[in-house]
Design a protein. Structure first.
Lengths: 447, 467
C-alpha cells in the first residue's frame, strides 16, 4: 500500500430540481429520485456501463425497506451492476460526508473513481406504527398457538392506529431545529433584517444562476419540474419582511421565508483520480483538498445546535495553514439564514475565539459578495442528504470558471445532533492539493 | 425606626392607591448577605471607542465570575475575551430577553461633547432592561487630568448624565460615576465591586475619584480587612455600632471607643464581635495620647480609623449660646483633628492606613437650626480635602461619607413632617439603614481602596437636598 496520497478531482455533478414537500415529487420515493439523479450524471459524464470504484449515498429519512438504498439505486442506473455501493448517514451532513469518504479512498488509491450522492423526501416519508401496536404485532408474530394469537390481537385498541410521524425534532431536547436556531439567533443577536437580506440574496443569486445558464449542466429536469420549486426570483426584503414569525415566539425573527422549507430532491457528484479522469476524457473542475467534522454539546445548551461548523472550520484552516480570508468563494449551507449569520458572527467574535476556540484572534469577517454567490438552500430548498452534493457540484463549477488564476472555496454544512461537516475545494488550475499541503507543513515548521 | 408608609405601600391596596395618586413607591432594596455573589445577575458592559478601562473592568468581572453580555461590535469584547469571560451577545435591534443587574460603561474614550452620544447609544436601549436594585455605572477620566479642554468638558458632563440617570432608574436601582486617572486602572477593583454590589444599596448619583496610591495586592474580597485593626469612635450604638459590626464582618479586629457613660452598651457590642474597647471622652485634653498609647501597646498601631462620634445641638443661630456651639465643634471636628495629628505624629497609623470620617448632608447643604452642626460637618469635608495630600505621602488615605436620612433612634425622634420629607425626598423614596453607611466606610477602609483619597461620598439615596 502506498503511503503517498494523490489529488482527488471533482469531475461533474447532477441533481434534480428540488421540490417543496408534497409537491411534484409527492409520489416519488427516495430510490426513484436518487436513480434519476445518478442517471443524469452518468449520461452527462458519458460513463454508462462503467464499473466505478464505489458509490456512497444516503438519505436522512429512510424507510426500513431502504436499508440498501444506494446499492439498489445503482442497480437501477446505467452503471455497471458490478459497481459496489453503501449507505452513509450523518443527518444534513450526509451529502458532504459521502464526498469526503469517497475522496479519501481515491486519495489513498483504494478507488480510482466514485460517485457521492444523497437524496431525501419529506413527502414520501416513512411513517412508523404506533409503538403500542408495534409491540402487539411483534407479540403476534412470536405467538406459537392460535390462543396466543387471539390474546395478542385482543390487545389492539382504536387509539393505536395513530401512527408515529417523523418529526424534525432533536431527540435529546425535544426542540425542533427551528426552535433551536431561534435560541441561537437570540444568543447572537441576529436581526430580522439581516436574515431577510441573506434570504433575498440567496433567491436572487440562484435566479441569476438559472437565467445565465449556469445551472444547465448541474440540474436535470424531473417529473415536469425544471427549476427548484422553492425559488422566488422576485422576492424582496420588503416582501420577506411581511411574513409572520415561525420560530422564537411572537417577537421571533425567523419566518418561513428565512428558514428552509421541507423539500424533496436528490444530487450526485462524480469524483476520480486525475488519471481516471483523463482516461475517460473528463475535465477536472476542481480538486478536493481537505475536510473536517465537528460536534457540539447542544444538549447542555452551552453551544447552539447548529454551531458545530464554527468549530470545524478553524480546525480545518489551521491544518491547512489558511486564514478565513484566503478563499474566493464560501458556501455556507443556509439551513436557516440565522444559522449562517450566527456562524459568521462567531468567527468575528473575540470572545468566541478565545473562550470556545482557544484562539487569540478571531477568524475575522468574510467578503459577503463571495458568500453563496449562486444562491443557497434558502432559495433551492434543502432535501437533507441532497444538499451536500448540490453545494459541492455548484462550487466545483464556480471554481472551474474562475480562470487561470485558480481559486479556493470553503464549504460549511451544519447537521442535526449538533454536528458540522466542512471542506475545502480548490480550482484545478491551482497548485495541487498535494504540493500545497506540503507548503502548509513547511510553514508550520517555520513557525 | 419603622417606615409605616413603606409598609402601607407594600400591601396591594396601598400600592394601588399610591399608583393612582402618584405617590412614591419605595421598594425593598437588595442588601449584602455574607457569601452572596458580587451581584445577583448578569451585567452589560460597553465602551466608547478608545476606552482604556476595558481590561480592568473585565478582570473584576472575571474574578467575580459575573455573567457578562456586550454588543458584538463593542471594543470591550476583546478585553472580555482576554479576561476569560464567555460573554453573551446583546443586539438591541434583534429579539432579546436579557435583563441585567448592572450596566457598566467605560466612557474614558469620550474626548468631545459630540462623542457624548455614546452614552445615549449604550444606555438608551438597555436602561429599561435594568433589574430592581440594579446598578448603572459610568467610568470616566478625571476632567482635571484631561489635556484637551474639550475632553475635560465632555468628561465633566458625565456627572450630569449619571445624576439624571440615577433619578430615572426605578425599583431601587442606583447610578454611580467613577473617575479613574491614567495609570490607576489597576486600582478600580474595590470601587467597581462596591458600586456593583448590594453594599452600595443607598449610594446613588455619587461619584468617586480613583487616583494614585499603593498597588493593591491580592485580596480576599470576603474578608478584605483580615489582619487589620480598626478604631471606631461612637461605636456603642446606631451607625457606629453598624460600622463596628461591618468592619468585623470584613475581617477586622475592631477597637470600639465611646464615652464612659456608654461603656456598658459599648462593651455589649464589642464582646459580641470579639473586639476591644476604649472608654474615653474624645474631647479630653489627654484623649489623643491615651488613644495612641492604647493602640500602640495592645494592637501594634492602627490600620483603619473611623471618626464616627458626633452630636447635634440644634438651635437657630440667634438663640444659640456659646456652649452649644463650642461643645459640638469640639466633638464633631476639633477632637478628630487632634486625634489625627497625634496618630500621624507618633506614627501610630500603620502603612497603607485608612482614615474615614463621617460628614453629613447638613455639611453639604446646610440645615436651618444646625449652623453649628453644618459648620462642623463641612469642616470634616475640609479636613478630608486638606489632609489627603499628607496621607498619600505616607501611603495612606482619608475619605468621608456623608449620610442623608438614615433610620436611627435620632431620626425616629424627629417630628413627622421633616421625617417623612427626609425619607421620601430622594431617588429611592426611603431612608437608608445604618449598615448602608457602614458598607460605604468599609469600601474606603479596604486595603484595595488605595486609589481613593480625598473623596466625599454621600449615602443619601440621591437626596434632593444639597444635590
Amino acid at each position: 500500500m502506498s503511503t503517498e496520497t494523490r489529488p482527488v478531482a471533482i469531475l461533474g455533478s447532477n441533481r434534480i430540481p428540488f421540490a417543496r414537500s408534497n409537491g411534484p415529487y409527492a409520489r416519488a420515493s427516495n430510490q426513484d429520485m436518487l436513480t434519476a439523479a445518478l442517471d443524469g450524471l452518468i449520461d452527462r459524464a458519458g460513463i454508462a456501463g462503467a464499473r466505478l470504484g464505489e458509490v456512497a449515498g444516503g438519505a436522512v429519512l429512510k424507510h426500513s425497506r431502504d436499508f440498501n438504498l444506494t446499492r439498489e439505486s445503482v442497480l437501477g442506473t446505467r452503471l455497471s451492476p458490478k459497481t459496489p455501493a453503501y449507505d452513509v448517514g450523518q443527518a444534513c451532513g450526509t451529502g458532504l460526508e459521502t464526498v469526503i469518504l469517497t475522496a479519501n479512498k481515491i486519495a489513498l488509491g483504494q478507488a480510482d473513481s466514485a460517485i457521492a450522492c444523497g437524496v431525501d423526501t419529506t413527502s414520501d416519508a416513512p411513517i412508523a406504527l404506533n409503538e403500542d401496536l408495534r409491540t402487539i404485532l411483534l407479540e403476534l408474530n412470536a405467538a406459537r398457538s392460535n390462543v396466543d394469537r387471539v390474546r395478542a390481537l385482543a390487545k389492539i385498541r382504536p387509539g393505536q392506529i395513530v401512527p408515529e410521524v417523523p418529526r424534525n425534532a432533536e431527540p435529546r431536547t425535544g426542540l425542533s431545529m427551528g426552535e433551536h436556531t431561534a435560541i441561537m439567533a437570540k444568543n447572537w443577536g441576529i436581526t430580522r433584517l439581516a436574515q431577510d437580506e441573506l434570504t433575498a440574496a440567496s433567491h436572487h443569486g440562484l435566479a441569476a444562476a438559472y437565467e445565465s445558464g449556469f445551472e444547465d449542466d448541474l440540474v436535470t429536469p424531473y417529473l415536469g419540474l425544471e427549476r427548484d420549486g422553492n425559488l422566488r426570483p422576485d422576492t424582496t426584503i420588503e416582501k420577506l419582511g411581511k411574513l409572520k414569525p415561525a420560530f422564537g415566539g411572537s417577537d421571533g425573527a425567523m419566518t418561513a421565508g428565512n428558514s428552509t422549507p421541507l423539500s424533496d430532491g436528490a444530487s450526485a457528484v462524480l469524483l476520480g483520480s486525475e488519471d481516471w479522469a483523463s482516461d475517460h476524457g473528463l475535465r477536472v473542475l476542481a480538486r478536493f483538498v481537505d475536510a473536517e467534522t465537528a460536534a457540539v454539546d447542544h444538549v447542555s445548551g452551552r453551544d447552539g445546535l447548529l454551531m458545530a461548523p464554527a468549530y470545524a472550520v478553524p480546525r480545518l484552516l489551521a491544518r491547512n495553514g489558511l486564514g478565513l480570508q484566503d478563499f474566493d468563494l464560501y458556501e455556507i449551507h443556509e439551513a436557516f439564514a440565522a444559522q449562517v449569520l450566527c456562524t459568521l458572527a462567531a468567527w468575528e467574535d473575540p470572545v468566541f475565539s478565545r473562550e470556545r476556540l482557544g484562539l487569540a484572534e478571531p477568524l475575522g469577517t468574510i467578503d459577503r459578495d463571495k458568500l453563496n454567490v449562486r444562491g443557497g438552500s434558502l432559495a433551492a430548498g434543502h432535501p437533507f442528504a441532497a444538499t451536500g452534493g448540490r453545494i459541492v457540484g455548484n462550487l466545483a463549477k464556480q471554481l472551474s470558471e474562475l480562470g487561470r488564476g485558480g481559486g479556493r472555496g470553503l464549504i460549511s454544512i451544519c447537521a442535526a445532533g449538533g454536528q458540522g461537516v466542512v471542506a475545502i475545494l480548490e480550482a484545478a488550475g491551482q497548485q495541487t492539493a498535494h504540493g500545497r499541503q506540503q507548503t502548509a507543513k513547511t510553514r508550520r515548521g517555520r513557525a | 425606626m419603622t417606615d409605616t408608609y413603606a409598609q402601607l405601600i407594600g400591601n396591594p391596596i396601598g400600592g394601588f392607591l399610591a399608583d393612582k395618586v402618584g405617590l412614591p413607591k419605595p421598594v425593598r432594596l437588595d442588601r449584602y448577605v455574607e457569601g452572596a455573589p458580587l451581584i445577583d445577575g448578569s451585567v452589560l458592559v460597553g465602551s466608547a471607542p478608545g476606552g482604556r478601562l476595558g481590561e480592568a473592568i473585565a478582570a473584576v468581572l472575571a474574578e467575580a465570575e459575573t455573567p457578562v453580555d456586550s454588543r458584538l461590535d463593542d471594543e470591550v469584547r476583546g478585553a472580555l475575551g482576554v479576561a476569560g469571560i464567555d460573554a453573551g451577545v446583546w443586539n438591541p435591534e434583534a429579539p432579546a430577553d436579557q435583563r441585567w443587574k448592572g450596566l457598566i460603561f467605560d466612557a474614558t474614550g469620550i474626548g468631545s461633547s459630540e462623542q457624548l452620544r455614546e452614552l445615549w447609544a449604550f444606555f438608551r436601549p438597555a436602561i429599561r432592561r435594568l433589574a430592581p436594585s440594579g446598578r448603572l455605572i459610568v467610568f470616566g477620566s478625571p476632567p482635571e487630568d484631561c489635556a484637551e479642554p474639550r475632553a475635560a468638558t465632555a468628561q465633566r458632563a458625565l456627572e450630569g448624565f449619571v445624576r439624571a440617570a440615577g433619578k430615572e432608574v426605578r425599583y431601587g436601582a442606583t447610578a454611580g460615576l467613577l473617575y479613574v486617572s491614567a495609570g490607576s486602572e489597576g486600582r478600580l477593583a474595590s470601587s467597581l465591586r462596591f458600586f456593583l454590589s448590594p453594599r452600595s444599596a443607598y449610594v446613588s448619583g455619587q461619584l468617586a475619584r480613583i487616583g494614585a496610591g499603593g498597588d493593591p495586592s491580592s485580596i480576599d474580597w470576603e474578608r478584605p480587612l483580615h489582619g487589620k485593626v480598626a478604631l471606631v469612635t461612637g461605636a456603642s450604638r446606631g451607625i457606629g455600632e453598624a460600622i463596628a459590626r461591618t468592619l468585623e464582618r470584613d475581617g477586622a479586629h475592631v477597637v470600639g471607643l465611646d464615652v464612659p457613660d456608654l461603656a456598658t452598651e459599648l462593651e455589649a457590642v464589642m464582646s459580641s464581635i470579639g473586639g476591644s474597647m476604649i472608654a474615653a471622652d474624645i474631647t479630653g485634653p489627654d484623649a489623643p495620647a491615651l488613644i495612641c498609647d492604647e493602640l500602640e501597646a495592645n494592637h501594634g498601631g492602627i490600620d483603619v480609623v473611623v471618626h464616627n462620634a458626633g452630636v447635634t445641638r440644634d438651635k437657630t443661630l440667634g438663640g444659640m449660646d456659646e456652649g452649644l456651639w463650642a461643645l459640638l465643634m469640639e466633638i464633631n471636628l476639633t477632637s478628630e483633628e487632634r486625634i489625627d495629628d497625634a496618630l500621624l505624629e507618633r506614627d501610630v497609623l500603620n502603612e497603607n492606613g485608612r482614615i474615614v470620617c463621617v460628614s453629613s448632608m447638613s455639611g453639604i447643604a446646610g440645615n436651618a437650626g444646625q449652623t453649628n452642626y453644618s459648620t462642623s460637618k463641612a469642616g470634616v469635608i475640609g479636613m478630608v480635602e486638606s489632609m489627603a495630600p499628607l496621607l498619600v505621602e505616607r501611603g495612606s488615605t482619608i475619605n468621608a461619607v456623608a449620610p442623608g436620612f438614615i433610620e436611627t433612634q435620632m431620626t425616629a425622634a424627629m417630628p413627622i413632617a421633616p421625617r417623612e420629607a427626609g425619607r421620601r425626598m430622594n431617588s429611592l423614596s426611603q431612608g437608608g439603614l445604618p449598615v448602608d453607611v457602614a458598607e460605604t466606610i468599609a469600601w474606603f477602609a479596604s486595603p484595595a481602596s488605595s486609589g481613593l483619597n480625598g473623596n466625599v461620598v454621600r449615602v443619601c439615596g440621591q437626596s434632593l437636598i444639597g444635590a
